[in-house]
Ligand binder design. Sequence first.
Ligand code: CA
Length: 667
Amino acid sequence: MQMSLSIQMGALVLALITANARLAAAAPTQAGGKPNIVWIFTDDHGYQAIGAYGGRLKNENLTPNIDSIARDGVVFERAYVGNSICSPSRATLLTGKHSHMNGKFDNRGAFNHDQPQFQKILRESGYQTAMIGKIHLDGAMQGFDYWEVLPGQGRYINPQFITAAGRTEYPGHSTDIVTDRALNWLESGMDASKPFMLMVHYKAPHRNWLPAERIMKEFRKRTFPEPDNLFDDYTGRGTAARGQDMTIETTMTMRSDLKVTEGSERAAYLAEHKPVGKDLIRWKYQAYMQDYLGCVAGVDENIGRILSYLKESGLDKNTVVMYASDQGFYLGEHGWFDKRFMYEESFRTPLVARWPGVIKPGTRNRDLVQNIDFAETFLDIAGAPIPADMQGRSLLPLLKGETPGDWRKSLYYHYYEYPAEHSVRRHEGVFNGRHKLIRFYGVNVPDGEEWELFDLESDPSEMKSVYADPEQAGTVKALKVELERLKKHYAVPPEDGGLEIRQGNQRRGNSAALGTLKFTFKRGAVPNNQAPYLSGRGLELSAEFTYNGHDGVLVAQGGASEGYSLWLKGGIPQWSVNRSDLGVTIAGRDKLLPGKHTLSVTHGKDGVAALKLNGEEIARGSVGGGFGVQPNDSLSVGVDSGSPVAEYGRANNYPDVIEQVRIEMKP
Ligand code: CA
């Protein structure tokens, strides 16, 4: 008995040694044998435009190199994002947290670079870290040994880059240049004695979809299959799908998006054939696909260059190569381009990875994964510590083909950027791999909220919400419970309370005859025609909020020349007013204690303002009169969107709960 057990254990140990030896043999001579990571990230690359994902474009041979990564490794068929838009997705990539935790809700607010990010930990763990290309987070990068990033969206042609040393410009196409810079770092920038994390972030295929000349020539001759729902009329869904502004038909522009310029071949075609109605939409779709897919082909060609370099240098054997996009994109589905919605094409994102000796070639993974998982995965691959407050899970076991038994069964999603370009309303939701429950909320949604439910099994294109179907009552109930569970799990702040605007003494103006407006509100601006009409008046304002040590804007209206802002700086309440370009701030003296507070302001027509904390006056001052001309920027809660009223530094987005804001205009 004793003997036989020890023999069995011996065999087990031997098997483990053999497995380790196989891995060790594959590793090159870098310090500790830790794997390198090459993370390739694009902007707006829909999974439909990748051969390995199948779909209607699978026979177009658009992505042979991405497909080769998939063939050598794994395709994640159910990879999703938490907030389908550029900057927030990148903030999640670096922090491993949902937007409400990293403070980057939308493309406009500032990103707090001082917060923990995976690359800082990776670097402390002996990795060298490099970031090249589009990051779309203003301000100096932290935690990278080397960084060279596009300013904002960056340019397609002759792109500029920001580095720690200043700006440089390179002639050529952005996709080619980002690759050149990455290969340059691999060849002559990095320290070969250390493992590395290289992030290669392409701008392409972001709008306005401008491929390199050599590719454009070829793609302008091609035609591509249309989606079945190119002519979607949005019956079967609610206000949000109908009210968006992202259709190929109406929103896509001839000049900038489709490059119909004087003397161009496209202009000549339109002049000769004069397509209208569906024919025009079809023509626009083809022109869009030629340019968008041309950008995709350019990315893929450049990924081929990276893969070749890794192979020729021998680095490929101990390098994990991962490819993903910041979110998906509509390629004519629902008649749309752009992203933002929790509907499948933009909620999902491509994710493929190769890692010789670890990932079994040809793996198709169906687990629910999300972009909150990326940061932890990098740390886990590197054997670095994972902070407890990161919100994802490492994909390392999945890469090894060993999905943990307690892997997540549902995903949380939340989109915030409204009102904004493309007019996609704020929404949150839950997806369990089959059913998707979405809650649209806020201004201009009937009753303050509107729900949709889709069964992806019977309705994969999400054409008909079955939320009101009595047969779905049980599913709806269960998913609402699950949504609440997820919100608790991810520490989503309780819904901000209401916003109430009482418009006294209405005059003819953009807000005339509105009376009392009540919004169930969550972060961002109200439509300008519903904002208080300030001109020549005073106001009374109060904000109930929870203070947890964070600064930010509680409520603001207007901008640098006219407007006001109630905000916190170093925990001290501030009332800033701009009137005819003159700025005055009155401030309390003491830092707030953690907990719930009410700040209220009386700002008279005589220009005298009083600031009260929990009913006690803490400051008083004068700006010489009531408000001046009506500002262009609207009213925003929890953030000062648009032109800032005050110099907030990084303290713009208020990260904690705002229970209630009341504003009453005084004649
Ligand atoms: Ca994007």
